[in-house]
Write a protein that binds this ligand. Structure first.
Ligand SMILES: [Zn+2]
Length: 276
């Protein structure tokens, strides 16, 4: 969980500030350049004028006092001084706050590109002033950038934690997770996912923290829950293994755990050093 000083901006008619930090991306990743040997996001008046589509530039807000722009870059040959990294691979290469804003940028750029028409009547949507929402003037519907909540849970039983594995993950294990469905509380979702995915009944649910997960627009809500009973029957459509693992096994590297970027890892790291 990180915190940083970011003041959000919303679409209005005031001119954009002249300089800023550029979160320029397309489906291949986020554009970075080199400055004094370091990987940095482009900074300046425009990131790379020949690559930008100015009509798609969004002012996201201000990191401390630095304006942050998002733009979708044309799919052309990039200048040799630049590279692109996928959002996950960008983690650790730029400051954590910038990585978080890159995730926000990717969600808003996707929203701008995918919300041009009303899904009911097909009319063009118009921007609502002062927010990211859009309006259909024909059927008076307002629509907003999607955020899909998901629970992710470290199920524990004394000195053991229940880790999950999907086909193709190699030696990396994860945690029980799933989307909140309509009509569910977070606790309902967590209990359902534990029962469906790994055949576990749980109690003593405690909240840990949350994390935006822009792949493409989830909000992960992390919990701990104590195992009480269950068959251990896994959902073979989702998993190929669920495994009880001790702290010593994790510390010894017997099983691989998720990358530091993820809330799954933060839950595991917390559990390794705390009673939950
Ligand atoms: Zn409509």
């Amino acid at each position: 969980m990180i915190s940083f000083n970011f003041r959000r901006a919303y679409p209005d008619n005031t001119p954009h500030p002249p300089h800023g930090l550029w979160f320029a991306m397309n489906d291949k990743g986020v554009l970075v350049t080199r400055h004094e040997g370091e990987t940095v996001l482009p900074y300046g008046e425009t990131a790379l004028p020949n690559l930008l589509r100015p009509e798609h530039t969004l002012l996201l807000g201000y990191l401390d006092d630095t304006p942050c722009f998002a733009c979708y870059i044309a799919d052309e040959t990039l200048p040799s001084a630049t590279r692109q990294f996928g959002l996950r691979d960008l983690y650790g290469r730029v400051p954590e706050a910038q990585h978080a804003i890159a995730g926000y940028a990717s969600q808003l750029l996707l929203w701008q590109r995918s919300s041009n028409y009303c899904s009911v009547c097909g009319q063009a949507l118009v921007q609502i002033a002062g927010e990211w929402g859009k309006r259909c003037l024909s059927c008076k519907r307002d629509v907003y950038p999607p955020v899909n909540p998901c629970t992710i849970t470290l199920i524990h039983d004394g000195d053991r934690a229940l880790l999950t594995h999907k086909a193709g993950w190699g030696n990396r294990y994860g945690l029980v997770a799933g989307f909140v469905e309509p009509g569910e509380s977070l606790e309902d979702c967590l209990r359902r996912e534990a029962a469906e995915e790994v055949g576990a009944n749980v109690a003593d649910i405690t909240y840990f923290s949350s994390q935006p997960w822009p792949y493409p627009h989830q909000l992960m809500l992390g919990f701990f829950a104590r195992y009480t009973s269950g068959t251990g029957q896994i959902d073979q459509n989702e998993l190929d293994e669920a495994r009880w693992t001790t702290r010593d096994e994790i510390n010894a590297g017997v099983v691989g755990i998720p990358p530091k970027l993820s809330i799954a890892r933060q839950l595991i790291d917390h559990w390794l050093t705390h009673a939950v």
